[in-house]
Write a protein that binds this ligand. Structure first.
Ligand code: ARG
Length: 605
């Protein structure tokens, strides 16, 4: 924890403008140092500090006196929590970020932050921008995300993986990790042999063009039906599988065409959602690497024969992985084993996150456990984790389907989002104030932003109900509400002629009004929230934080004038620059928060 304090002192002196302190961490280390010094025997004691639930309890609360008093009982005569708390408070060194510390109840310690400190942090945000908290080590991180299947359309599950994966990638990039986003496309397997066999009979041009994506899906379904019902076709399909696996030129050509067609469709979605640098590395990439993996597992005695199959039991697993099928073919399990090894050994990943629906938990955890057992990585040192998420439900709380019961085409969904967002803006008469170009930008920002925000603001492991009505509401915890809060702040600064430089040079704001003080403190919790997200990868905590920031801003704005105008002439007569600086800090934090969520802020809407 020493590095934290050092980073903080540098920060206050202005020598490090790259990081924002995590105030919760600072306070925790303050208490930890004192407690460790007072009770050196309590080596494993974990000090707990939490943000206070009510203003009268200060800003942070340390409740460790209760547990400490319990723990001490074992070795010494009884001391009450209150006595322990008193001792801690008495020994707490004065610190530039603490205003006062109070004892409450049976042994709670309430800490109040210093205004000078918070005010300084606000001015630094306006001067240097929103900086990430300091992280102990910058890592190479692989994020497996999106990963739709070739020849099928991307569905809402892949949309969730794309949105959540992108946001995690941005979070990691913000704090300085080196992120590689991999699209683990489903582009290999028996089904492609079937599809190509079917195409060769029904789609004569299959060696020069691919059917358009909509038809491709139909051909795909048809090939499956034929495979199940027509013995002769089945034989031809198997022959095509063998040809594909041996990279026979024509089959490969047809396969490439199909892949390109699908990719073109996926790219449209990525473009709408501002997803860049997503590297295509599908299952096919790992095919040549699989035999060596099988051999290695065999040598390690990790494979077992089971009715002609070669299976692998990950430690503690209920279901084995199928590494080699009885016909000698390999599986989704095998390619994920090869992918894991490649990511660890070739990519030298120091952390790997799989953003995949929760339905694949058994498969993925089996792969991770088997990989660890094979000695590819030490789970205590390298985080390899399934970042699961629930299914998307329709407003009827059933699996998300169209009225006719088909899966919802993503493109249709986006179209509808655009239409509804456009209508909403027209209902508000925005078409009369905005230029066509502004209107169209606003429409896209609203539609795509809402879809992303609705997804990210729900706890990812829960199922979530997709509702345009809810996500386009301008009240409540929605992207629209936050956009409006952001724009309100922007329009306040537009009333003045002060430049960003003027605000940057103004220095720390006074924060006299209680609502200013409350707002400023909330702004300064951003680094804490980022750190929290880094641990559990629950982005809804960031959404909740931003929502609270926007409501706290509204509270402030209702009580405090920033720019005063003459009632009759509308002329600006008074500007409170301190408050304008605070507003600027709020706007910057919202913008950065939005950026991490993958959402563009609009200046006008
Ligand atoms: N293509 C798979 C699907 O649509 C998801 C792949 C997830 N990533 C992985 N490494 N298995 O279900």
């Amino acid at each position: 924890l020493a590095h934290l304090n050092k980073a903080f002192i540098h920060f206050l002196n202005g020598t490090s403008s790259d990081h924002s302190p995590d105030v919760l961490q600072l306070v925790t280390s303050l208490f930890t140092n004192v407690i460790k010094a007072l009770y050196p025997d309590q080596e494993d004691f974990v000090v707990s500090v939490t943000p206070s639930t009510h203003e009268k309890y200060g800003d942070y609360q340390c409740n460790s006196a209760m547990n400490l008093s319990q723990a001490l009982k074992k070795t010494q005569p009884k001391v009450s929590p209150r006595e322990v708390a008193e001792k801690i408070v008495k020994n707490l060194p004065s610190s530039p970020y603490v205003d006062k510390v109070e004892l409450a109840g049976p042994g709670f310690i309430n800490l109040f932050l210093s205004k000078q400190f918070i005010s300084k942090l606000i001015s630094l945000i306006v001067k240097n921008g929103v900086k990430p908290p300091h992280i102990p080590k910058k890592k190479k991180v692989v994020i497996d995300m999106s990963s739709p299947n070739i020849a099928k359309e991307m569905h809402v599950g892949h949309l969730r993986s794309t949105i959540i994966g992108e946001s995690i990638a941005r979070l990691y990039q913000f704090v300085g990790h080196n992120v590689l986003k991999l699209n683990h496309l489903g582009d290999w397997g028996t089904q492609f042999g079937m599809l190509i066999a079917n195409l060769s009979e029904k789609f004569p041009n299959y060696l020069t063009v691919s059917p358009p994506i909509g038809d491709l899906q139909a051909f795909y379904k048809e090939s499956k039906a034929r495979f199940d019902n027509d013995e002769e076709f089945k034989k031809r399909a198997y022959a095509a599988v063998v040809q594909l696996q041996s990279y026979e030129p024509n089959t490969t050509k047809a396969w490439n065409l199909i892949c390109d067609e699908s990719r073109k469709e996926f790219m449209k979605i990525y473009k709408h959602f501002d997803i860049e640098d997503l590297v295509d590395r599908g299952e096919s990439f790992y095919q040549p690497l699989m035999p060596a993996v099988v051999e290695e597992l065999e040598k390690l005695n990790m494979l077992e024969l089971d009715e002609g199959r070669k299976i692998c039991w990950p430690p503690g697993a209920q279901v084995p992985l199928t590494i080699v099928k009885s016909d000698g073919g390999m599986t989704y399990d095998t390619s994920d084993m090869a992918a894991l090894k490649h990511r660890l050994v070739e990519e030298k990943a120091e952390e790997i996150l799989y953003v995949v629906d929760s339905g694949q938990a058994i498969h993925l955890n089996g792969v991770f456990d088997a990989g660890a057992k094979a000695g590819w990585f030490d789970p205590a040192k390298i985080r390899v984790e399934h970042i699961g998420f629930g299914v998307v439900l329709g407003e009827d709380k059933k699996k998300f389907k169209t009225r006719s019961g088909d899966t919802v085409r993503l493109m249709d969904l986006l179209e509808e989002g655009l239409k509804r967002a456009g209508q909403k803006l027209i209902d508000k008469g925005r078409d009369k104030v905005l230029t066509n170009e502004e209107l169209s930008l606003a429409k896209e920002a609203v539609a795509y932003g809402c879809i992303k925000y609705a997804d990210l603001s729900h706890c990812r492991t829960n199922d979530y109900v997709f509702s345009f009505d809810k996500m386009l509401d301008d009240k409540g915890n929605t992207a629209v509400y936050l956009q409006y809060a952001y724009m309100r702040i922007r329009s306040i600064s537009r009333l003045t002629t002060l430049t960003p430089e003027d605000l940057a040079n103004h220095g720390p704001p006074s924060l006299e009004h209680p609502k200013e003080w409350k707002l400023a403190k909330h702004v300064c919790r951003f680094a804490e929230i980022i750190n929290r997200c880094l641990v559990d990868l629950y982005l809804h905590n960031l959404c909740d934080y931003l929502y609270e920031l926007a409501t706290t801003f509204t509270e402030f704005y209702d009580a405090c004038y920033v720019v005063e105008k003459d009632r009759n002439t509308g002329e600006v007569i008074k500007i409170n620059v301190d408050r304008l600086v605070l507003c600027e800090a709020v706007a910057r934090v919202i913008k950065m928060g939005f950026h991490i969520l993958g959402i563009n802020t609009v200046e006008k809407m």
